[in-house]
Design a protein around this ligand. Structure first.
Ligand SMILES: *Cc1c(COP(=O)(O)O)cnc(C)c1O
Length: 228
């Protein structure tokens, strides 16, 4: 067994232990900066959901890998890439502004697609990260739920480094506020990475985005990478 297969199997065990019987927890293997061959190794070991954050890099990997992969776009979305991203990625995790949501809805309509999207919340108002403020989301919830060509499936956040449990709890609580305030259902919470995914799952994450704990240390930071 390769290191990658061993790590994947270990992480899967920890994910399912943290899920404690819940069956809605999805492990997204974040393969950015790693070659298609590594993705294929994980795929052959049964992994089906993969996350990429930079379109240029992802495009060629998607093309050479099996069609059975469920691709998640987890990076910051550049407006001029939306038309190319949507046909390849059924899930978009970091929709971070009204402008982008409305624009994506229009492009999806033209392409006859209905991508599943997460709304990114910038919980601590960090300038280095994108995302809606909670107020902005409350103000725009009706307009968002009226967009017919995007399916808003949940909230996503990358909390400040350090003690993340409180931020995860806060995201879940904010989801309740938004649900009560609007017709958004938001069944999913995309939160938790290599360092804190078990905590995130305990606090209600449905999608954990795990890169380095599976594939190893990344040599380079990618252009589309969010967070510290
Ligand atoms: C890179 C990245 C991850 C994975 O980070 P790790 O610490 O390697 O698990 C998760 N989410 C986003 C948005 C990322 O850009």
């Amino acid at each position: 067994m390769s290191d990658l297969e061993a790590h994947l199997s270990e992480i899967r065990g920890k994910v399912s232990a943290a899920a404690a019987g819940r069956d809605d927890v999805r492990l997204i293997a974040v393969s950015k900066t790693f070659p298609a061959a590594d993705i294929k190794t994980a795929f052959d070991a049964g992994q089906r959901s993969f996350g990429e954050s930079r379109f240029q890099e992802a495009e060629s990997k998607v093309a050479e890998l099996p069609g059975g992969i469920e691709w998640h776009f987890i990076g910051r979305v550049q407006r001029n890439k939306v038309r190319k991203i949507l046909p390849l990625f059924p899930y978009i995790h970091a929709v971070d502004s009204m402008k982008l949501a409305v624009y994506m809805n229009g492009v999806a309509k033209g392409l006859e697609l209905v991508p599943k999207i997460f709304l990114q919340v910038n919980q601590a108002g960090e300038e280095s990260k994108g995302g809606f403020s909670e107020e902005e989301l409350c103000e725009n919830a009706d307009e968002l739920s009226g967009l017919e060509n995007v399916e808003i499936v949940g909230l996503m956040a990358i909390p400040p480094a350090g003690e993340t449990r409180g931020w995860f709890q806060k995201l879940k609580e904010f989801r309740e506020v938004l649900r009560n305030d609007s017709s958004l259902e938001l069944p999913f919470l995309s939160m938790g990475m290599s360092g804190d995914y078990e905590i995130a799952i305990e606090e209600g994450a449905t999608h954990v985005r795990i890169g380095s704990a599976i594939f190893g240390k990344r040599e380079f930071k990618t252009e589309g990478e969010l967070g510290p």
